[in-house]
Design a protein around this ligand. Structure first.
Ligand SMILES: Cc1cc2nc3c(=O)[nH]c(=O)nc-3n(C[C@H](O)[C@H](O)[C@H](O)COP(=O)(O)OP(=O)(O)OC[C@H]3O[C@@H](n4cnc5c(N)ncnc54)[C@H](O)[C@@H]3O)c2cc1C
Ligand code: FES
Length: 245
């Protein structure tokens, strides 16, 4: 049976760096959520915006889960203003989950930290390369170190982009499985920079999504084996499969 929307209450809304952290009460998510899953999140009290928005799982606890929202447009702005006690419409977990390696390299640009932080909770150790525009946008570095990740950061106002960071530390990446999440241009540039290491790289893709269930085709992405739906076969894809032309 296809999953159905559930109406669930927000129990915490706070800032985390430049983002909004929303915790939602749900005793069921822990039983079903796996690494790589995402959610469709919509508004229960309004039909505008009509369509829900795709968001990564950020943390899953015994009686709740959380998401991290970057305000981009109207939907994410409204989400960030959801108050404790208000309900959201939640569909999921969705997508194709995967078993992450015990150790590996995570490469995050900006809000791309959200699914990678969730993934790190399924791993024993690793390395995080993390870039943002400004210093105050770097979040969770201490928590990642507590999870036995070596953390290297860079900001555009002081040094360059995460692509520069990877270029400077390419020796650290050899032989490792690599997981990437960030803007499309960053992913395209990393494919070039990683060169032969791109064979071991996987990328979380972001696409506009209408349904999250394979029905609307709005999330199609071009791959070496034709168009694929990010909501069904992703969001994680082998980097070598993704076409940028
Ligand atoms: C699987 C998946 C997981 C995601 N996880 C997160 C997350 O954890 N936290 C988070 O803040 N965002 C996440 N996103 C992106 C998030 O869905 C968009 O930021 C959101 O839908 C924008 O809605 P809006 O109404 O605010 O913006 P709109 O008004 O619809 O658009 C504003 C701007 O954002 C761009 N945009 C809109 N939708 C997307 C999208 N899906 N991906 C990239 N750019 C988009 C538009 O091109 C436009 O420039 C994820 C997307 C996917 C597909
Ligand atoms: S979001 Fe509708 S098919 Fe993927």
């Amino acid at each position: 049976m296809p999953p159905t929307y559930r109406i669930l209450p927000v129990i915490e809304n706070r800032s985390l760096g430049p983002y909004t952290y929303l915790r939602i009460e749900d005793p069921e998510m822990l039983l079903v959520a796996r690494c790589g899953h995402f959610l469709m999140v919509g508004f229960s009290s309004s039909i505008d915006p009509f369509l829900p928005r795709p968001l990564s799982l950020f943390e899953v606890e015994e009686n709740s889960f959380s998401i991290l929202v970057k305000v981009r447009g109207r939907g994410s702005d409204l989400l960030s203003k959801t108050r404790e006690g208000e309900n959201l419409k939640i569909l999921g977990p969705l997508g194709t989950p995967f078993n992450p390696p015990e150790s590996g390299v995570l490469i995050a640009g900006g809000i791309g930290i959200a699914p990678l932080y969730y993934q790190s909770g399924w791993m024993k150790s690793g390395k995080l390369f993390y870039g943002t525009k400004k210093k105050e946008e770097l979040i969770l570095t201490r928590e990642m170190e507590e999870r036995d990740f070596t953390v290297k950061t860079i900001t555009q106002e002081n040094g360059g982009t995460v692509c520069d960071l990877v270029r400077m530390n390419k020796n650290d990446i050899e032989g490792e499985k690599i997981f990437i999440c960030g803007p499309w241009d960053m992913i395209r540039a990393l494919k070039e920079i990683l060169g032969e290491f791109a064979r071991n790289a996987f990328v979380y893709l972001e696409r506009r999504m209408g349904c999250g269930l394979g029905g609307c085709k709005s999330c199609a992405v071009k791959t070496n084996s034709g168009y694929k739906l990010v909501c069904q076969e992703g969001p994680l894809f082998p980097l070598s499969e993704v076409r940028f032309d």
